[in-house]
Design a protein around this ligand. Structure first.
Ligand SMILES: O=C(O)CCC(=O)C(=O)O
Length: 368
C-alpha cells in the first residue's frame, strides 16, 4: 500500500527485528501441491494460519477484563477526567494510547457502511482512480452485479488524458451497465463491479495524499472530512492532545484489508506537527498490529486490534515503525458475531459478507 523502497534499503530491512516479527506473524498459505504429492515437512512456518505461537501478542480486551491487578510490566492505564473510556499505554512508548472497544456496535456498523459507500466516492481518490478515473457508486454497482465498461468514444477523441504528472488518466469513458447491456464491439474492456470492489485497498478523505510523492497534494479537489468523523476524531484524540487544545482533522486514509493483505512497517512522517496524534480506528476482522521503535532494529510490540478499538499515535511514537502483518478472517471473533447480529437487514448482506472477511482502518490526521 505504501511507496516503493530502494533495493539496498529493502535488503537491509529484511534482516531487521521488525521484519523478523512480520515474518513470525504473517499468514503463510500452504503451497499448492504440484505434480506428485510432496512431503509436508518444511512447508509450514505457521502452517497456513494455525498452530503459530501468538502467546506474546498483547490482548488489551483480556487485560481490561482482568482488571488493574493483571497488568503486565511496561503497560499502564491512563486516567483522564471527563474521558469515560479505558485507556492503556506503554511506559516506554510515550504518545501511544490504546482505547479498547471505543466504538459501540452501532457506531462500528455506521462507519463500516460509510467506509464502503461514501468514503470511496469522488472527489476522494482510491487505488482504483489512477486506472479508471473517478468511479461513482461502486458499492451499489457491486451489490447489483453491474459491469464497469470502458466505452469507445464515437467522435474519435483520444480515450486517455494526462494529469499534471504526465500519467495517463481516463475520464468519462467508464460507466456501469448491466451484463446484458454490453454493446458488441464498442467496449475496450470491462470489469465486474464486484471484482473492483474486492480490489479496493485505500481511499483518501479531506486533503488528498499523493502516494507517488508521499505528500499531500493540496491542488487536488477534495471535500473536508465529514463532520461526524471529525467530531469523533476530535473527541477520541483528547488523551493525546496538549491540554486545552483541539485536534484538527484535515485528512484521513481508509485502508481496506482482504485476508492475505498486510501493511509493511513504516513511519507516517508527512504531517507537520508530530505532537498531534494520528487517530486510528479499527473495524471488522481482528489483526495483529506491530509497534516498533525508532529503527527497524528494535523488537516491536505485537498487539491485537479488534473492531471498535481506537489507537492514538502522537509525540515520540510518531517516530516509531508500525505495521499490520496479519488479518484474522473466518475466525469466531466476538466482535464479528456482534456485527452479524446488527447487519441483518436485507440491504446489509453484501456489506456483512465483505466485513466478515475484511478489515477496515480509518486513520485521521492533522496535516498542518
Ligand atoms: O491498519 C492499521 O491499523 C494501521 C494503518 C497505518 O499504519 C497507516 O495507514 O499508516
Amino acid at each position: 500500500m505504501y511507496g516503493e523502497t530502494e533495493p539496498a534499503a529493502a535488503a537491509a530491512a529484511e534482516r531487521t527485528a521488525f521484519r523478523r516479527a512480520e515474518k513470525q506473524y504473517k499468514l503463510y498459505k500452504p503451497p499448492k501441491p504440484k505434480g506428485r504429492a510432496r512431503s509436508k515437512r518444511g512447508s509450514g512456518q505457521g502452517g497456513g494460519g494455525g498452530g503459530e505461537d501468538l502467546s506474546s501478542v498483547i490482548d488489551f480486551h483480556a487485560l481490561l477484563a482482568a482488571g488493574d491487578g493483571g497488568l503486565p510490566a511496561g503497560i499502564g492505564r491512563s486516567e483522564l477526567a471527563g474521558f469515560d473510556r479505558p485507556i492503556f499505554c506503554f511506559l516506554d512508548r510515550p504518545g501511544f494510547y490504546f482505547i479498547p472497544g471505543a466504538l459501540s456496535i452501532d457506531e462500528q456498523c455506521y462507519w463500516i457502511k460509510e467506509s464502503l459507500k461514501t468514503f470511496p466516492q469522488p472527489p476522494n481518490r482510491t487505488n482504483l482512480t489512477a486506472l479508471y478515473g473517478p468511479i461513482f457508486d461502486l458499492l451499489t454497482a457491486a451489490k447489483n452485479q453491474k459491469i464497469l465498461v470502458e466505452v469507445k468514444k464515437t467522435d474519435g477523441q483520444e480515450i486517455s488524458e494526462q494529469n499534471s504528472d504526465g500519467r495517463k488518466i481516463h475520464s468519462n469513458n467508464f460507466k456501469f451497465i448491466e451484463d446484458s447491456e454490453i454493446p458488441k464491439g464498442e467496449v475496450y474492456r470491462s470489469t465486474a463491479a464486484t471484482t473492483l470492489f474486492r480490489k479496493l485497498r485505500w481511499s483518501t478523505l479531506g486533503l488528498q495524499f499523493d502516494w507517488s510523492k508521499r505528500n499531500y497534494d493540496v491542488s487536488l479537489a477534495h471535500n473536508k472530512i465529514p463532520d461526524a468523523l471529525a467530531a469523533l476524531a476530535k473527541m477520541m484524540a483528547i488523551p493525546a492532545m496538549p491540554s486545552g487544545e483541539e485536534f484538527r482533522p484535515e485528512a484521513a486514509i481508509v485502508n481496506y484489508y482482504s485476508p492475505s493483505d498486510m501493511l509493511g512497517g513504516h513511519v507516517d512522517d508527512m504531517e507537520a506537527d508530530w505532537t498531534r496524534p494520528i487517530v486510528s480506528i479499527s473495524l471488522g476482522c481482528k489483526c495483529i498490529f506491530l509497534l516498533g521503535g525508532k529503527t527497524r532494529d528494535e523488537i516491536p510490540i505485537a498487539m491485537y486490534l479488534r473492531s471498535g478499538d481506537i489507537v492514538l499515535m502522537a509525540g515520540e511514537t510518531r517516530e516509531c515503525f508500525h505495521g499490520v502483518p496479519r488479518i484474522f478472517t473466518g475466525s469466531d471473533d466476538e466482535e464479528i458475531s456482534a456485527l452479524v447480529s446488527q447487519l441483518c437487514g436485507e440491504d446489509d448482506s453484501f456489506i456483512l459478507n465483505y466485513i466478515q472477511n475484511s478489515r477496515i482502518n480509518i486513520n485521521i490526521r492533522q496535516v498542518y
